[in-house]
Design a protein around this ligand. Structure first.
Ligand SMILES: [Zn+2]
Length: 146
């Protein structure tokens, strides 16, 4: 089995978590998020590679552009507190289906990569792993079998 890893995708973001227990994470706060993407394949393609690093970097850039300097909140929280009224200048708001935890952000990134691989008709990749670092010391990973 072969694997390649694209390190240090990154974006600055703020979020808050809508939790069912008291936590300082329920206050708006920011992170310098980083993520690594690892792709696995059983064999190399006709170019003797798993996937072109340049194309993978382009996908990483799209992910960074979507989230960088944004406020990420769950749809439920958005609907509960009518953020449109609160954010006067319509600063970059990204509303996602669930709490913006490190685990869920890793999942969203993995789902996006999977979609891009499908669009590009890449069938040789068998597994992808996204590790998302919310802080230097805390990360969450998701593994998807393709
Ligand atoms: Zn946080």
């Amino acid at each position: 089995m072969y694997k390649i890893t694209r390190y240090n995708g990154n974006f600055e973001y703020s979020h808050l978590l809508d939790l069912d227990y008291p936590s300082k994470c329920s206050n708006v706060h920011g992170h310098s998020g980083k993520f690594n993407i690892t792709l696995y394949a059983d064999k190399l393609d006709s170019n003797y590679m798993i996937f072109d690093f340049k194309i993978l970097s382009e996908i990483v850039k799209e992910i960074e552009d979507k989230f960088d300097h944004s406020l990420i909140i769950s749809k439920l929280f958005y609907e509960k507190y009518k953020f449109d009224d609160l954010i006067v200048n319509k600063s970059k708001l990204v509303v996602i289906d669930h709490n913006p935890t490190a685990e869920y952000l890793a999942t969203l990134i993995a789902d996006y990569i999977k979609l891009k691989l499908e669009e590009k008709k890449i069938v040789s990749i068998t597994k992808l792993v996204v590790e998302f670092f919310e802080t230097e010391n805390n990360s969450a990973s998701v593994m998807i079998t393709l």
